[in-house]
Design a protein around this ligand. Sequence first.
Ligand code: M6R
Length: 613
Amino acid sequence: MCGIVGYVGPGQALDVVIEGLRRLEYRGYDSAGVAVVADGAITTRKKAGKLANLEAEIAVDPLPASHIGIGHTRWATHGAPNDVNAHPHVSEDGTIAVIHNGIIENFAPLRDKLIAQGVTLRSQTDTEIVAHLLAQQMISTPDLGDALRAVCQELTGAFTLVVVHASTPNKIVAARRNSPLVVGRGVGENFLASDVAAFISHTRNAIELGQDQVVEMTPEAVVVTDFFGNPVEVKEYEVTWDAAAAEKGGYDLFMLKEIAEQPKAVADTLLGRIDLEGRVTLDDLTLDLDYIKNIDKIIITACGTAYHSGMIAKYAIEHWTRIPCEVELASEFRYRDPILTPTTLVIAISQSGETMDTLMAMRYAREQGAKVLAICNSNGSTIPRESDAVIYTHAGPEIAVASTKAFLTQIVACYLFAMYLAQTRGTGYGEAAGEIALELGRMPSKIDLVLDTSGAVNAIAKKLIDKQSVLFLGRSVGFPVALEGALKLKELAYMHAEGFAAGELKHGPIALIEEGIPVFVVVPPVEDELHDKIVSNIQEVRARGAMTIVLAEEGDESIVEFSDHIIRLPKCPALLQPLVSTVPLQMFSCEMATVKGYDVDQPRNLAKSVTVE
Ligand code: M6R
């Protein structure tokens, strides 16, 4: 949460920083602010609401030209999302400006101490105290880097802090604990950001900062130390995508673009991982064979949409490998004393690789002796860095807050791993390997076919615009799809939506059925043992007045007489059906939010990566 940008170099800092903030706005959009250093003084502008408000403010009250600047987009934690609480925050004498992503957990005692010392706080944020602590520290430790290192030792919680000083016009100093921070190395200029997207149009050379590190950045140099000033060796890497991948590319919305990119995202995630005999090869997997053979339990942990992909993966993992598999919300995992042993494999799924709950869950698992495999879309992010092994999804940058292509590729990556496990351990799935592998390879073109249903799906959305509630039903892997359909509708269209396992209907949820309530039903393939049962569920809700929107495979005629609307899915094996059945639900929510006039890419109260617990 929160987007952070810093620039030092010959260019106009404000232009670079605003461009970076535009690319990072998906991380938080409660307020935006910038600070530049010019003529021995710091000047800030900050404004509640979207970046456009800040730009309008700067247009009427311009900032001085400068070659060093920092900027911030906020997702509010401490204090309301207003102008005063917007970052940057400055010290009382105005010489230090600070921006921050994360939560400083010992903020209250530090604030009380500052107040007792006579410091006047202007905001309700935890960030402002850092500006004052730094000002105090610099009395005895005049070097900005040393002062920041000393202050960081006092702080607990999660923080990326970026600081500029009025009398240091060519240096930005930043610190990182538990929240992301990446350096972009240019020629005679350098960048800092929460995400490479902020500087990708300037450089593709990046350095990911590790835990508890401080970076001091001038136009020519990047020096990294730990919080005690010990030098740290850093690894530079090249970002594999370019600026165009982080643009809308002719689409009105990032979400529409990302939905449309799903065939390619799935194909890229499969690329080179299945050989001609249908065998899975995961060359980069750093789990040794002896360990893999001894795994006796798998626990998948993740949040939100990633959690739903884990729920789907469980069906395949248990079916193909016969290894017991649990799926647990990362936010619950470490608080329930889970049973973890060295032969437990924890799979942490995360698009961003920065989700704090998932990070904390996997750290806990490792402390207890389990091994962790990350399924992640963001190269070099914290979760894969701290895992024993990683399988990257190749979805490319996902900018819209609502996760779409990341979800499909997470399922694919989990399936590849499940197949690899079964292959390596010689379990039941072995014989079916070639067939499933072949079918997976056909999924990109099948997803392409589902994209063609957008006209029909959008028409349904328009019809349902005045409905109060929408229900989603599914069974087996269709159940997490139903949950995902409901989550998308809640987060984008702000409608009440619930997903249920259709078999549970008669145990309570059927009481919600009343005249006209829309019920989406995900129907498994005709030959699946659950097919006829869910057709009965459709009849049960229809008999009570529900409007049924049925997602069923081509040629399934059994549902026709009980369906008010039918969305056809290409035929595929039941376990692979989520790769096609989710897509119309994504399109439905996107269209519903659009016709309601909501901001699809940046829904209210949300942020793309949730880097606070
Ligand atoms: O980056 P992650 O995959 O770890 O994010 C997990 C969730 O925050 C994320 O999937 C969230 O639920 C999406 N906004 C849903 O569309």
